[in-house]
Design a protein around this ligand. Structure first.
Ligand SMILES: [Zn+2]
Length: 134
């Protein structure tokens, strides 16, 4: 997995861009909302406003540095675009985002597209879940 830099993305290095990229890179949970990024910056003493966070995230998105997900009924989530395909599960109770890759699902999708005379160009699958009651 290759980490893209601001330069690779054709963006000039600025302090807010550096800080926001660092938050995205160092975050264990790879999916963050603009709010979450803003809070992490504030916690680490960086005074970067929410409007700037949104602006930088839009720039990151247009330059292919991050991927934006508009999951149902919540805020948009951002993650670094590492070029690795994966699908998502979103918990409706906690908002937690879980990544997964299933070769079976990938193969089934290819088969379905094929049966209809198509090749898959791209797909996104989101499963909305709740913690199982056990
Ligand atoms: Zn993801």
């Amino acid at each position: 997995m290759r980490r893209k830099s601001l330069k690779d993305a054709g963006l000039k290095i600025t302090h807010p861009r550096m800080c926001i990229l660092r938050v995205l890179q160092n975050n264990r949970n790879r999916h963050l909302t603009a709010d979450g990024i803003y809070r992490r910056l504030a916690e680490s003493g960086e005074e970067i406003g929410l409007a700037t966070v949104y602006r930088v995230l839009n720039q990151f998105e247009s330059s292919g540095l991050v991927e934006k997900h508009n999951f149902e009924g919540g805020q948009a989530y951002y993650e670094l675009d590492d070029g690795q395909h994966h699908d998502h599960m979103v918990c409706l109770e906690t908002g937690k985002v879980i990544e997964f890759v299933s070769e079976e699902i990938e193969a089934a999708q290819r088969k379905i597209a094929e049966e209809h005379g198509y090749d898959i160009e791209n797909h996104s699958l989101v499963i909305y879940v709740r913690p199982s009651k056990k």
